[in-house]
Design a protein around this ligand. Structure first.
Ligand SMILES: Cc1cc2nc3c(=O)[nH]c(=O)nc-3n(C[C@H](O)[C@H](O)[C@H](O)COP(=O)(O)OP(=O)(O)OC[C@H]3O[C@@H](n4cnc5c(N)ncnc54)[C@H](O)[C@@H]3O)c2cc1C
Length: 477
């Protein structure tokens, strides 16, 4: 890379946060260059024919409640560039045992009706959140250290959120379906369900299921990255792929440099330049468990025993609250669960462009200890077969990825951690450090903009947005 060329800003990494940061800067008419290590853009939002020709799988993200609710994405004309959200009839189904399943529908009341004894308790818990969903989303999707614009709804949310999922479940619900439903939502946190604040993730995802939906981009999650990239180019930004940045001297001159990287990579890249106290703080940053993922090409739709599961975009597979809690506890303790909790998506339920006529795809992953090389394929398939007898007969082809394979495809997935660092109480407030502007690297002109900064993991671009805002304040005023 010739050093003579200069830009106002350079962004390293083209994940949703890198692209969001680049767009925010280009909106201010700054010249922006994005550098991406892989040959394709998008980081955690990429799609490819992982199994057979004609079957379009998502390498990482598939389902996007945070994408559709993102205050920044919502302001961008992404539809013009081919991003169309498609909503399954049901955002989420959760088979509990036999033919019994909890179903999260867009309608709060219909969801509650299906929860029997917990009908009123579910409405009491969720209705105030769903009613204030837009205000609450804008509060969560920014650094936790800020003056809230909506203090009352936020305080009400906080009372429920600052507890463990297990604690909330014991207090609120008595029957298996509601207990399992909330456990599955909270398990997205990668935490033990006995740990604080695992309830927070369950509440946010449940709330968004009702207010915004859990949509998928038609054609696959690559469409999110492609639409962001097209908008960036429209604003004058440039993107170069196939360039892994390993030394700062590979970078062109720029007034601001933003890294869509995690602390480990930042330490490798900038170690000597960083003040000792910041280096030590980054050194204490913790990564969470990893994932083992399987993508399937199927001859037909998955034969779920419970019919609602056939109409849901996402299915949580793991049975009861107690089973899910046991599985997640084992992972955090560094052990491999026999009956893993699965997050499973069925894009072809709502988007037939993803597979040849009549055929289907399925995406499933489970949590494993960080860096695990254990092959979970059989355990994952046993779990699916338990709720969909005959599933194995539908498999045309599969592609598996363990933690190592995930990291090889994207260096940000350290040890298979998909969120850029553990989500726990400490890293909820100190991500990666405790600061009102945690995006700022204490070397003038350098910023971190990945999911290792607030508000953390998921495809929403808000880490990139806030990092770009910090750079605009510091470098371009
Ligand atoms: C299996 C899996 C399933 C997921 N499911 C969902 C989901 O359903 N919904 C959801 O909202 N989120 C999901 N996520 C999480 C989501 O993908 C991430 O939180 C999101 O992509 C983070 O965005 P980012 O921009 O911070 O980083 P990333 O998307 O990881 O992008 C980082 C980019 O930087 C590049 N890079 C790294 N090092 C260098 C370097 N040295 N030089 C140049 N480029 C470099 C990488 O190649 C990559 O393109 C999932 C993630 C995984 C892995």
């Amino acid at each position: 890379m010739p050093n003579k060329v200069s830009y106002d800003a350079v962004v390293v990494g083209s994940g949703p946060n890198g692209l969001a940061a680049a767009i925010r800067l280009a909106q201010e008419k700054l010249s922006v260059l994005v550098l991406e290590a892989n040959d394709t853009i998008g980081g955690g939002t990429r799609s490819a024919e992982l199994t057979l020709p004609g079957f379009t799988h998502d390498l990482c993200s598939a389902v996007h409640p945070l994408g559709i609710a993102s205050p920044f994405f919502r302001k961008l004309p992404l539809e013009r560039y081919g991003l169309h959200w498609v909503h399954p009839e049901f955002p989420l189904a959760h088979p509990v045992e036999g033919e019994v399943a909890a179903v999260l529908q867009r309608s709060l009341d219909k969801t509650a009706e299906s929860l029997g004894a917990d009908q009123a308790a579910y409405v009491r818990l969720m209705a105030p959140l769903v009613g204030q969903s837009e205000d609450l989303s804008s509060e969560f999707l920014q650094p936790i250290l800020h003056w809230p614009k909506h203090p009352l709804p936020l305080a009400r949310f906080g009372l429920h959120a600052i507890q463990s999922a297990a604690g909330l479940i014991h207090k609120k619900f008595t029957a298996a379906p509601a207990r399992a439903l909330f456990a599955g939502l909270a398990a997205h946190s990668f935490m033990r369900l006995e740990d604080i604040p695992s309830a927070a993730i369950g509440l946010v995802l449940g709330m968004l299921g009702h207010s915004a939906g859990w949509p998928l981009p038609r054609g696959g999650s690559q469409r999110i990255a492609d639409a962001l990239a097209a908008h960036l180019r429209f604003l004058g930004g440039e993107i170069r792929t196939g360039l892994r940045v390993e030394h700062l001297d590979q970078l062109p001159l720029a007034r601001a440099t933003l890294f869509d990287l995690t602390p480990l990579q930042l330490l490798l890249l900038m170690e000597e330049k960083l003040p000792g106290s910041y280096r030590r703080r980054l050194g204490r940053y913790r990564y969470g468990p990893g994932v083992f993922k399987v993508d399937y090409a199927l001859t037909s739709a998955n034969p779920w025993r419970n019919e609602s599961c056939c109409r849901a975009g996402t299915v949580h597979v793991g049975g009861t609250f107690e089973e899910i809690a046991a599985s997640e506890r084992k992972v955090v303790e560094g052990k491999i669960p026999d009956r893993p909790f699965l997050l499973l998506a069925q894009p072809t339920v709502v988007d037939q462009t993803r597979a040849p006529a009549g055929k289907h795809i399925m995406w499933a992953y489970c949590h494993v200890p960080n860096g695990s090389r254990f092959d979970m394929t059989e355990r994952i398939e046993n779990q699916i077969e338990r709720f969909a007898p005959g599933f194995r007969d539908c498999i045309l082809a599969r592609n598996t990825m363990n933690c190592e394979a995930m990291e090889a495809k994207n260096a940000n997935l350290v040890g298979g951690d998909i969120n850029g660092g553990a989500f726990d109480l400490r890293q909820l407030v100190a991500r990666p450090i405790f600061s009102a502007t945690p995006y700022r690297i204490p070397v003038p002109g350098y910023y971190l903009c990945s999911s290792s900064t607030p508000p953390g993991g998921g495809v929403h671009g808000m880490c990139g947005f806030y990092a770009a805002e910090a750079a605009l304040r510091d470098c371009f005023k």
